[in-house]
Design a protein around this ligand. Sequence first.
Ligand code: SF4
Length: 62
Amino acid sequence: MQGKVPKTENYNPGIKCLVNTCYYYADGDHCKAQKIEVQRRNATTSEETDCATFTKNQQSMS
Ligand code: SF4
């Protein structure tokens, strides 16, 4: 099984994510991770934050 947390059938409506190379990414810019973790502590700009749950999608895009 790929990924750190379970992948759910339904996406989380509270998350918009554009990272289409992520295992949890779903069409429409949705995230199907059961939960996500965002880092990092003491960040001062949005550029200093990112999703730690990201897992590269190893499947081909075909
Ligand atoms: S796990 Fe993070 S990077 Fe992956 S689709 Fe969800 S919010 Fe985006």
